[in-house]
Design a protein around this ligand. Structure first.
Ligand SMILES: Cc1cc2nc3c(=O)[nH]c(=O)nc-3n(C[C@H](O)[C@H](O)[C@H](O)COP(=O)(O)O)c2cc1C
Ligand SMILES: Nc1ncnc2c1ncn2[C@@H]1O[C@H](COP(=O)(O)OP(=O)(O)OP(=O)(O)O)[C@@H](O)[C@H]1O
Length: 178
C-alpha cells in the first residue's frame, strides 16, 4: 500500500472509501473491503481517504482508538492500494463541502463508498445527497453487533471506558493486540 500522509494524491481513476475510521472496526472494515473488492473487479486502484486526528477527537477530545500508524496498518491488511491521510486541523475543518469535493475530484473516483451517516465540510454541511451530485456513491448498509445496535467508534469508546474490553474487542473485530 502507498501512503500519502498530509499530502494530496491525483489518480486517473479510483474507488474511494472515506471516513475517520478510528479503530477500523467491523463497520469500517465492511466499507473498506467493499472498496477493495470493487477496485479489484474494475481493475481500478482502491483509495482509503482518512483524517488525522479523527474529527471527533479534534472537536470533542474523544479518546483515540488507533494511532495513525495503527490505522494505516489495519487499512493495509484490508488490501487498499492507497491511503490518503488529511491533517485535520482548524484550517482543514473550515474548508467547505465544495472544497472537499474538489479534492476528491483529483482522484477521479469511479465510485465512492461511505456509510449512510457520512458528512463532510465546514459545519458538516455536506451529505450523501450532495456527494451524489458529483460522484457515483455506494452507501454501505449499517453493520450491527449481535444485540442489534450499530457498531461505531463512539460505542467502542464507551465500552472501553466502562471496562467492557471483551465486548469492545468483539465490535472492533481484530484479534487482541493486532
Ligand atoms: C473539509 C472538511 C471539513 C469538516 N468540518 C467539520 C466541522 O466544521 N465540524 C465537524 O463536526 N466536522 C467537520 N468535518 C468532519 C466530518 O463531519 C466527518 O467527521 C468526516 O468527514 C469523516 O466522516 P465520518 O465521521 O463519517 O467518518 C469536516 C470534514 C471535512 C472533510
Ligand atoms: N457500523 C457501520 N456500518 C457501516 N458503515 C459504517 C459503520 N460505522 C461507520 N460507517 C461508515 O464508515 C465511515 C467512517 O465512519 P466513522 O469513522 O465516522 O465511524 P463511526 O464509527 O460512526 O465513528 P464515531 O462514532 O466516532 O462517529 C463512514 O463512511 C461511516 O458512515
Amino acid at each position: 500500500m502507498k501512503t500519502h500522509i498530509y499530502s494530496s494524491l491525483e489518480l486517473p481513476q479510483s474507488i474511494v472509501a472515506i471516513g475517520a475510521f478510528d479503530g477500523v472496526h467491523r463497520g469500517h472494515q465492511t466499507v473498506i473491503r467493499q472498496a477493495v473488492q470493487r477496485g479489484r473487479k474494475l481493475k481500478v486502484p482502491s483509495v482509503v481517504f482518512t483524517f488525522d486526528p479523527p474529527p471527533r477527537v479534534f472537536f470533542q477530545g474523544a479518546r483515540m482508538l488507533t494511532t495513525v500508524d495503527e490505522k494505516l496498518a489495519k487499512i493495509e491488511k484490508l488490501g487498499a492500494k492507497h491511503a490518503v491521510v488529511a491533517r485535520f486541523d482548524k484550517v482543514y475543518a473550515g474548508r467547505s463541502a465544495y472544497e472537499f469535493i474538489d479534492c476528491l475530484a483529483k482522484l477521479n473516483p469511479v465510485e465512492i463508498m461511505v456509510g449512510g451517516d457520512f458528512r463532510f465540510g465546514k459545519d458538516r454541511i455536506g451529505d450523501i445527497c450532495l456527494l451524489e451530485k458529483y460522484f457515483k456513491v455506494r452507501v454501505t448498509q449499517p453493520v450491527c453487533c449481535s444485540e442489534g445496535s450499530i457498531i461505531s467508534s463512539s460505542r467502542i469508546r464507551q465500552l472501553i471506558s466502562e471496562g467492557e474490553i471483551h465486548i469492545s474487542n468483539s465490535l472492533l473485530g481484530w484479534p487482541a493486540g493486532k
